[in-house]
Design a binder for this molecule. Structure first.
Ligand code: ATP
Length: 360
């Protein structure tokens, strides 16, 4: 196992800047996810860690060792990709042994390591089958097993669950978490699925346009997003956003949304808030309450309701915009009703209109 340090790592493909000045200190044994939209540089960053892609700038350290120019075989990394690339003509056992044979590991030790990994992944029964005789989930376990037998210092996974159905995705996700708990190897996991990243990781790297937007624990990324992009990308359904203006209300400042005015718990001059400033207001659907009454409440018409089982997503009309709220599944809410609605004041955010930086 090892820590990984990325220091000002960049990658250009011709004039395209795929990765830009990435700094990240990954602790020994941590499970890190890199998450972000398609093309934001996740895979390129992973491939630079693996040594499959040469960084155009910056340095990569494994522990104290500078591996920036080291080829993949000198890094002891194990990799699992969405395309599993199992050898179709070899049994599961042979697939799992292959890397060990290439590495010159004696036959007895190979057998022991394969059996141990197979037990851990619950695929002992499948060792003599060929990949074509396995389900997608079983093939995925073999690919993971083939990597864990090599006892890598770093485990790199690139969208390994993308081709599985939703239920199996959750099942294998849980197995991967359990595996990580047991072997404790430093893991970097690439996904565009924020839910996977949130549930699996010690910390998350959120990327956009080749740059890290935030690198923090899932709870922090969720509760204290650095900017509007992170706030929007993390959380389903995503945060509600509205244009607003900071306005004076007696001695206080408030965010004037047109349909509602939300008191801000800051004095004028505090941070970058000043009266008259245009801002973006953000509130998560779970922090929008359909209340009986209250001073801060406002009227909103229910457009439609989406039941998810556990809860309901309520789409409300405010001015000519939509506000989403989440309420418990048992709560009665009907399309066409007018409801009193309030924001949980302590959970709202303000983002700078230009930069998108979170300032409140
Ligand atoms: P996805 O989720 O779609 O896999 P990603 O976040 O992993 O995307 P990358 O694969 O890292 O993104 O790609 C980042 C950018 O670099 C993209 O614009 C991509 O088109 C470009 N890119 C990646 N590899 C190459 C390459 N070998 N040659 C040229 N451009 C590349």
């Amino acid at each position: 196992m090892t820590s990984i340090s990325l220091d000002a790592v960049g990658k250009r493909f011709g004039s395209l800047r795929a990765v830009e000045s990435v700094d990240a200190q990954i602790q020994d044994g941590e499970f890190i996810s890199i998450v972000g939209p398609s093309g934001c540089g996740k895979t390129t960053t992973l491939r630079i860690i693996a040594g499959l892609e040469e960084a155009s700038s910056g340095t990569v350290l494994f522990g104290e060792e500078d591996v920036t120019d080291a080829p993949p075989e000198r890094r002891n990394v194990g990799m699992v990709f969405q395309n599993l690339a199992l050898y179709p003509h070899m049994s599961v056992r042979k697939n799992m042994e292959f890397g060990l044979s290439v590495g010159g590991v004696p036959k007895d030790e190979r057998t022991d390591r394969v059996v141990e990994a197979a037990e851990m992944l619950d695929i002992e029964e499948l060792l003599d089958r060929n990949p074509s005789e396995l389900s997608g989930g079983q093939q995925q376990r073999v690919a993971i097993g083939r990597t864990t037998v090599l006892d890598p210092d770093v485990f790199l996974l690139d969208e390994p669950l993308a081709s599985l159905d939703a239920k199996l995705r959750v099942e294998i996700r849980e197995e991967l978490q359990e595996l990580h708990r047991r072997i404790g190897v430093t893991t970097v996991y690439v996904t565009h699925d924020q839910e996977q990243a949130m549930t699996m990781s010690d910390r998350i790297i959120v990327m956009k346009d080749g740059e890290i937007q935030q690198f923090a624990a899932p709870e922090e990324v969720y509760a204290d997003p650095n900017n509007e992009f992170v706030a929007h990308f993390i959380g389903t359904p995503s945060m509600n956003f509205f244009d607003c203006e900071v306005a004076r209300s007696g001695d206080d400042l408030c965010a004037d949304l047109g349909f509602n005015s939300v008191l801000l718990d800051v004095s004028e001059g505090d941070r970058s808030l000043s009266s008259g400033e245009a801002m973006r207001f953000g509130v998560r659907p779970e922090h929008v309450d359909l209340v009986g009454d209250g001073a801060a409440a406002f009227n909103a018409d229910v457009k439609f309701v989406e039941p998810t089982g556990k809860d309901k997503i309520v789409h409300l009309e405010v001015g000519d915009e939509t506000l989403k709220a989440i309420v418990e599944g048992e709560e009665r809410v009907e399309a066409g009703e007018t409801r009193r609605v309030a924001f949980r004041a302590e959970r709202i955010h303000l983002f700078e209109a230009d930069s998108g930086d979170c300032v409140y």
